[in-house]
Ligand binder design. Structure first.
Ligand code: AKG
Length: 283
């Protein structure tokens, strides 16, 4: 279990992200990597490669694995990071929203554009964060994550982007389960700036990581990842954590992993429903 010290808590609260070197032991990282290999062979309902056959590399994603995959169910507890989320956000309890695997093979050119997680999710509040666990090395060349320092405190939510769905016929978008996504995008007015064009205004934090390192960040913090121009695979898993003031906020176009009909919660209810949002930590 990785409890944050006072400096780490202060960094998370001011910057919106903190790096926790060696937060997860290497044996667990090795186990998760084996599970990721199996997942690539046999993706779950929300998983698959996002790379076209003619492009180089492969960008594989899968998510919401803990309800269907026993190994991922165990990792969410064994990683010991729910308590990190609790100390970072000042929460007495932490529920799991979902887990999310990212793999970028060498040569992958797909990027995650600047974004906040908040507009994609069917929850809201101020005590919500992710822990992104590096399963391999990642550096500037090999798709390290970058963050805009302090952006979680701006009280701005930028229009979400869905590059993977661009150009797809609407039937395919429905298949991809993102119903209502066009209306959802239109409900946000604020376009995400090209932050790197304004170095005097915005500070970009980039973290080189090794297996076992964790980046803990607020769901309002703007972040992105670039291509993998390195010579080896870049893999990671994020767990999405819901703290004390998190509430159910269903909306058409938000991530359909959990829909309104899947939970007993009503819009605005505090997160309880442990069958859907497992309680992973209680003080
Ligand atoms: O690993 C990546 O490339 C993206 C990660 C990310 O955006 C997230 O965990 O929210």
């Amino acid at each position: 279990m990785r409890v944050l010290n006072d400096v780490e808590i202060a960094t998370f609260r001011s910057d919106g992200v903190v790096c926790l070197p060696g937060a997860v032991d290497k044996a667990l990282v090795a186990e998760i990597l084996e599970s990721v290999d199996r997942l690539i062979e046999s993706p779950g309902r929300f998983g698959g490669s996002m790379t076209t056959q003619t492009a180089s590399g492969m960008f594989f994603q899968d998510r919401y694995l803990h309800p269907t995959h026993q190994d991922f169910h165990r990792y969410a507890r064994d990683c010991g990071l729910a308590i990190s989320a609790a100390t970072a956000t000042g929460s007495s309890k932490i529920h799991l929203y979902y887990d999310h695997v990212f793999v970028k093979e060498p040569g992958t050119q797909e990027q995650f554009v600047w974004h906040q997680d908040r507009p994609y999710w069917a929850v809201d509040g101020s005590q919500i964060c992710s822990t992104w666990l590096a399963l391999t090395d990642a550096n500037t060349q090999s798709s390290a994550l970058q963050f805009v320092r302090g952006s979680h405190l701006w009280d701005r939510t930028f229009k979400p982007e869905y590059p993977a769905l661009e150009g797809l016929p609407s039937a395919k978008v429905e298949q991809a389960l993102w119903k209502g996504v066009a209306e959802h995008i239109d409900s946000f007015e604020d376009e995400c700036p090209v932050f790197e064009d304004y170095p005097d205004l915005y500070e970009i934090l980039s973290f080189d990581v090794v297996p076992g390192d964790v980046l803990l960040f607020d769901f309002r913090t703007v972040h992105r990842s670039g291509p993998n121009d390195g010579s080896s695979r870049r893999a990671a898993i994020s767990w999405r954590w819901l703290g004390d003031d998190a509430y159910w906020d269903p909306k058409a176009g938000a991530d359909p992993i959990i829909r309104d009909e899947d939970t007993i919660l009503k819009a605005g209810d505090a997160i309880t429903d442990e069958d859907v949002f497992p309680l992973i930590h209680r003080a």
